[in-house]
Ligand binder design. Structure first.
Ligand SMILES: [Zn+2]
Length: 365
């Protein structure tokens, strides 16, 4: 595979063929008994404007148009960008503070969200008591989280989910760290991404305990379509140390995807359950990853537009042109895509996966 070249397969006969294929048909191809499917989304904020909308329209409202994409997946990941509590007060001097009602978590669990990162710059917006409530509420709802805890041991701990006898490990860190938010031996808080050698040490320790290791990072420049060079450097160190996937968030927009060695770096998943301030924050994506035999086998990206705090799949020309834009952003990171109607499938660019290319018949063309 030539690096840096872009292949777009979008001819008229293919278009016609795909027009008659239902979504379920292509999804059935993606799934099989031995594979693990992970669906990942960006920022989930149940406070602010979104909280008001949920209070009016119900806990399931934000998920209604996309829940089918989570229903057949083994792990559904997101970044919880708010505090969950009925207590606490907004932090003085902080421009944006978000808090969602604990009842709203029902919407997440009923949509199948079973894993969240709490390492970000909003989970402590309503102070310590609300932060502790956030973790308690998630436990009650049986949603696993990483990157936060009652002390540093908990906040930096590896979380493992077992699926089909395989162990998937998660570590989560935040590079965006309001003062005093980092967990210490005696203080609740989040995991900081500032100490790179400690992150690398944790990954090396974790990789022997799991079949797949995923690292979540809250980082980067807001509203920028491209990652910073410092992020690219850190992500590569993380994969070199033994992680397979980096799931990033915070910039509120989708940044390019980068294939690196056997892994994938997702610099920013953008917004998801959110009420974006700018129109470009409404364009997002749902990422689906297929893992099998210790490797990342396939990647799908679904184009999403957020309207009234409700993410929905983009169709036709609009969906297509947004995918082309994501493709361009990824190409800048030397990562190839094949573009299909409605979905992007990332081409396998690494030598170790080339042998399995023949098995990847994602759509029955
Ligand atoms: Zn953030």
């Amino acid at each position: 595979m030539k690096r840096g070249s872009l292949k777009v397969i979008f001819s008229f006969p293919i278009f016609l063929a795909l027009l008659f294929l239902s979504f379920n048909f292509s999804y059935a191809n993606f799934q099989d008994q031995d594979s693990i499917i992970i669906t990942a989304v960006g920022d989930i904020n149940l406070g602010g404007k979104v909280g008001k909308i949920i209070a009016q329209r119900g806990v399931n409202y934000p998920w209604e148009k996309v829940r089918h994409l989570f229903s057949l997946s083994d792990i559904n990941f997101g970044n919880l960008e708010c505090s969950i509590s009925n207590r606490g007060k907004p932090l003085k001097g902080k421009k944006y503070t978000f808090r969602g009602n604990p009842q709203f978590l029902k919407g997440l669990s009923q949509a199948g969200i079973n894993f969240l990162s709490l390492a970000n710059n909003h989970t402590q917006d309503y102070g310590r008591i609300a932060f502790l409530d956030t973790m308690e509420s998630l436990k009650k709802e049986k949603i696993i989280y990483a990157g936060a805890g009652k002390n540093n041991k908990e906040a930096y701990s590896l979380k493992i989910i077992e699926v089909k006898k395989e162990r998937i490990g998660f570590l989560a860190y935040s590079g965006i760290l309001p003062p005093g938010w980092e967990a210490t031996a005696k203080k609740p808080g989040i995991a900081s991404a500032k100490n790179i050698s400690s992150i690398i040490g944790s990954i090396k320790q974790a990789r022997g305990q799991v079949n797949y290791l995923i690292v979540s990072l809250h980082w980067g420049k807001e509203n920028s379509p491209a990652p910073l060079s410092s992020q690219r450097k850190l992500a590569k160190l993380i994969i070199d140390a033994g992680a397979l996937i980096v799931l990033g968030h915070h910039p509120h927009v989708i940044q390019g995807f980068e294939r690196y060695k056997r892994g994938l770096i997702v610099y920013s998943l953008g917004n998801f359950i959110f009420s974006p301030g700018s129109s470009k924050g409404r364009y997002s994506a749902i990422l689906q990853l297929k893992l099998c035999s210790g490797e990342l086998k396939e990647i799908k990206v679904f184009p999403i537009y957020i309207k009234d705090a409700q993410p929905q799949l983009m169709k036709d020309k609009k969906g297509n042109s947004w995918l082309v834009e994501i493709q361009k952003r990824s190409l800048k990171l030397r990562t190839n895509f094949k573009l299909f109607y409605k979905e992007i499938f990332l081409l396998h660019t690494i030598p170790s996966l080339k042998t399995s290319n023949s098995k990847i018949s994602l759509l029955p063309l």
